[in-house]
Design a protein. Structure first.
Lengths: 253, 326
């Protein structure tokens, strides 16, 4: 399988804090990569760079082997890279379809569309197709999503990213606030997304979850990649050992 | 279902309005349910309705505009002065061309103040409450400075006759203008991308920003819209009274906010409707007319409005709490 998105030796300081010290990372098409590490290891910082929110001081980002510059989240989205944020970033007062199409509304055809009128029917239909494809079940398409359960809201946030991502989806702790059943449902969605050929990057603190859903695990410590595992061959002890530095060669220079 | 609760609030408040009309009609069937009374009521509410349509957009973005009444006066002062200077000092006998320029001046003056509010709120990041409180004082001061502290009471007679007192097919033109503004406002809010973004920003500005919506640009447009409508309201007021009314309109801001909130629009943003605002504006108006006609002291009106307002917000709050507890 070919490498889809790759970071090489990214460096970033925040004042005196050396957040990324030559961090590297890669994700292939159609695989789930778990990105793990202790608090402050640089996971979220790395994802912010790969989704265009921040720009590295040095290092390279490559998409399909070509170096690219992600100057803004919009740049990343244009390249087919989407992100599901930890705090979801949904509009609770809007209905599921309006959230799915937020910022990408379908306008009516002709003059009415030129006046800015929206085609809500078309958006609802396409949203329904998208939710069905990912196995997200909603009783009502007209309910503001603030009144849905946490799992359903999470599923909609994931569905929104997936609907627009043609290459890579980043998910920052997508199951952190969920119950057992809802968590299973979101993990199921993640697998379905992978099966469509999209690269999924999962940030998680939950080691059993990481091992159950990921194909590969990359471990960050003190701003650089210190270990890589095939999920099938790794144990929780391996992962924790690499994260804490008790194991492996990842001593900070 | 939780889904339609915002609409349920609107339905409740509509029932209150209907009930008020029925009660006043029963108490004084000869005077309240008459065409004349209805016309008077509609004309009296027209200016406030135009302000409130703009205020609805602002409040849905979780903002507020305290400056609408002062901007109204500023716009009508600019308009009146411009028309007078075009007509050599006294525009009473001036024609439609002068009146038209007066309209443009009022709209531009109002919109300019709206742009200023919007820039201070979004670019300087001063809270809307403070920015528009500042504008509330400053716009009134500017209007008084421009008029040397006195009202301008010469406006084109034709403009007074057509817009101020005129009718089209039996409907007062003041009401017609307010109706058109209301319909356009409702269309903009419910069917267009502009309206969708207004709701989205009020619901979660961070979410809107992350999907690539220019929140700054949109908020400036919303405050410009409310300024533009305040300018139009200033022109309507000029036509209605034949003068700038510097001592009036001081509580227009609060009346507009009360009307919008009564109509089910949430001060926390993300929820609201123009239809609700129409109902919310007419409750105080009906109370005023009703109390005059039934001989109740007019001082009861603000008390009654206050009660209904607090009850409506309490209802909105408890509904939100119920939802968030899920």
């Amino acid at each position: 399988m070919s490498v889809l998105l790759e970071a090489r030796e990214l460096v970033k300081h925040y004042g005196a804090v050396h957040a990324l010290r030559g961090a590297s990372f890669s994700v292939d098409a159609g695989e789930v990569v778990a990105l793990i590490g202790d608090n402050g290891a640089g996971k979220s910082t790395l994802v912010r760079h790969l989704s265009g929110v921040e720009q590295p001081e040095s290092g390279q980002i490559l998409l399909n082997g070509e170096p690219i510059t992600l100057g803004s989240p919009t740049d990343a989205r244009v390249q087919g890279i989407e992100t599901v944020y930890q705090d979801l970033a949904i509009a609770p007062e809007l209905d599921p379809a309006a959230n799915l199409f937020l910022g990408r509304e379908i306008r009516r055809k002709g003059l009415l569309g030129a006046l800015g009128m929206l085609d809500n029917g078309a958006m609802r239909e396409k949203a329904k197709v998208e939710f069905d494809r990912l196995g997200v079940s909603l009783q009502s398409m007209s309910t503001p999503i603030g009144s849905l359960s946490g799992g359903q809201r999470q599923s909609i946030a994931v569905a929104r990213a997936v609907a627009w991502a043609s290459k890579v989806v980043f998910m920052d702790e997508p199951t952190a606030a969920l119950g057992v059943v809802q968590r299973e449902r979101v993990l199921d969605v993640i697998k379905r997304v992978r099966d469509t050929g999209i690269g999924v990057v999962l940030i998680s603190h939950n080691m059993p979850e990481v091992l159950s859903v990921a194909d590969r695990v990359e471990v960050l410590r003190l701003g650089r990649r210190v270990a890589e595992f095939r999920a099938a061959d790794a144990t929780i002890e391996d992962l924790v050992g690499a994260m804490t530095g008790a194991l492996g060669d990842g001593e900070a220079a | 279902m939780v889904a339609k609760l915002s609409k349920i609030t609107t339905v409740w408040i509509a029932l209150v309005l209907v009930l008020l009309c029925v009660v006043f009609s029963v108490i004084n069937p000869a005077a309240f349910p008459t065409a004349f009374n209805l016309k008077t009521l509609l004309v009296e509410a027209a200016v406030l309705l135009v302000l409130s349509v703009g205020m609805t957009f602002v409040i849905i973005t979780a903002g507020i505009d305290l400056s609408v009444g002062s901007v109204l006066l500023f716009a009508s002062m600019c308009s009146a002065l411009a028309m007078n200077s075009m007509a050599g000092g006294d525009s009473t006998a001036a024609g439609a061309d002068v009146a038209f320029v007066g309209l443009l001046v009022a709209l531009v003056a109002g919109a300019a103040w709206g742009v200023l509010n919007g820039l201070l709120i979004t670019v300087a990041k001063v809270p809307p409450l403070i920015v528009t409180l500042g504008s509330f004082g400053a716009a009134l001061g500017a209007a008084q400075l421009a008029g040397d502290g006195t009202d301008v009471d010469t406006v084109p007679e034709g403009m007074r006759e057509w817009l101020g007192f005129g009718n089209t097919l039996g409907i007062p033109n003041m009401v017609l203008v307010a109706l058109i503004v209301t319909l356009l406002g409702g269309w903009l809010l419910t069917t267009t991308r502009f309206g969708r973004y207004t709701f989205a920003i009020g619901s979660n500005p961070e979410a809107a920003r992350r999907v690539g919506i220019s929140v700054t640009r949109h908020l400036i447009m919303v405050y410009t819209l409310v300024g533009l409508l305040a300018g139009l309201a200033g022109y309507m007021s000029l036509a209605q009274f034949g003068a700038t009314t510097l001592s009036g309109h001081t509580t227009d801001n609060l009346n507009a906010i009360a009307g919008v909130v009564l109509g089910g629009t949430s001060l926390f943003g993300g929820v609201g409707s123009i239809a609700g605002t129409v109902i919310g504006v007419f409750i105080p108006a009906v109370l005023t007319r009703g109390f005059i006609i039934t001989g109740v002291q007019a001082y009861w009106q603000p008390i009654a409005v206050g009660l209904v307002l607090v009850a409506a917000v309490w209802f909105d709050q408890s509904r939100r709490r119920a939802r968030n507890n899920r």
